[in-house]
Design a protein around this ligand. Structure first.
Ligand code: NAD
Length: 350
């Protein structure tokens, strides 16, 4: 702790770090202590902009008693290598999505977390979006009746520069590709809302980025265990990029979220709060359609506040390693299907 606040240390000062820096600085109970990065230039820029110390190294942050929480913002295939030593040093964790690139590494992190008795939140911040919370609560209270369909449509744009900016962004084994990198948030939202998946069939394409060998577009059909069906469409090829849509249909209701707003919210049993859910709270913010920096930090802030509450209440954070593991398994099943002529893949993966 530092001045009665939870001290934070960040490893990885790239694109997403600015949203974490802003979010931590906006939380009364939190204090950004230090950051580490391989690039001195990025480290200096981040520490200057967000008012924290340059740590001598990641290992030095682990020995710093002022730091309670380590935030892991390194590329997708380099999360466990920081998370596990941090857990072993007794630090709580925020880890950017996806939790890692393999289920085995997620299981290793779960074991390390449990052995150390620390809390770990995954940065799948879209789960904290008001329309997603409203849909989740309507599903749980039975307002949709029997669920029939759960879809996501993500027609985003990323210029080729985005893929060439850092080495890992064009390497599938390091976590690049629209399915695991961009659509992952909305695959996660579907998993969060609709539950376990029985089977998936997927195709992947490179429609507009011939300079890199990656899928920039994914299409999948999903059969959920509850009997509902679903479509996952995700792309970074669709200039100029439009707001994502999540569409949920049940026998007794339909909800459509577009960007950060609920644009359709109809149930057979109308309730007084329905009008307010539909009109939203007029807090318009960007949700990443047009570019990687096209984001607001509020949802990261809600996710970090939840981690601090979880520490105080000794409960699991709302986005745990276990629940993000389910979303990772679904994304990996899509790759398995697409790699094998769109074969039908049954979950859980063996
Ligand atoms: N939640 C979101 O909305 C969101 C948005 C963008 C990115 N992300 C995720 O955040 C993570 C980082 O993405 P990014 O776009 O910021 O990547 P980035 O490449 O811009 O930044 C990663 C940083 O990690 C540093 N790094 C790599 N290895 C290191 C090491 N051994 N020690 C110290 N620093 C090291 C790099 O130098 C780089 O500055 C990824 O997992 C990505 O999927 C999440």
């Amino acid at each position: 702790m530092i001045d009665g606040k939870y001290g934070f240390g960040i490893v990885g000062c790239g694109l997403v770090s600015t949203f974490h820096g802003q979010a931590i600085n906006a939380i009364e109970q939190a204090k950004l202590v230090s950051a580490a990065d391989l690039s001195q230039e990025r480290l200096e820029k981040f520490c200057g902009e967000h008012g924290c110390e340059q740590a001598a190294s990641f290992e030095a942050m682990l020995e710093d008693d002022r730091i309670d929480v380590i935030t892991v913002l390194t590329p997708n295939a380099y999360h466990a290598q920081f998370a596990i030593p941090a857990m072993q040093a007794g630090k709580h964790l925020v880890i950017e999505k996806p939790p890692e690139m393999t289920l085995e590494k997620v299981d290793q992190m779960i074991a390390a977390r449990d052995a150390a008795g620390v809390k770990c939140a995954i940065s799948l911040q879209v789960r904290f979006r008001k329309p997603v919370e409203a849909i989740k609560s309507a599903i749980e209270s039975g307002r949709f009746g029997r669920l029939l369909q759960g879809d996501t449509y993500m027609k985003w744009f990323r210029a080729t520069d985005y893929y060439l900016m850092d080495d890992w962004r064009s390497k599938r084994e390091e976590g690049a590709g629209v399915t695991i990198q961009h659509a992952f948030h909305y695959i996660d939202v579907l998993y969060h809302l609709m539950g376990d998946v029985d089977t998936v069939r997927a195709q992947m394409y490179n429609l507009a980025h011939p300079e890199v060998e990656l899928e920039d577009t994914v299409m999948a059909f999903v059969d959920y265990k509850n009997g509902a069906k679903g479509v996952v469409q995700g792309s970074t090829a669709m200039w100029p990029g439009t707001d994502i849509r999540i569409e949920i249909n049940g026998e007794d209701g339909t909800a459509i979220m577009q960007g950060e707003r609920m644009i359709e919210w109809k149930f057979r049993d109308e309730q007084p709060e329905d009008a307010e859910i539909l009109s939203g709270d007029s807090q318009a913010f960007k949700t990443g359609a047009g570019g990687a920096a096209d984001l607001a930090y509020f949802e990261h802030m809600y996710m970090i506040e939840d981690l601090l509450a979880a520490i105080q209440e000794d409960r699991s954070p709302r986005v745990s390693l276990e629940s993000s593991r389910g979303s990772l398994e679904l994304a990996l099943a899509m790759y398995k299907s697409a790699d094998n002529d769109s074969e039908l893949v049954k979950l859980p993966l063996s």
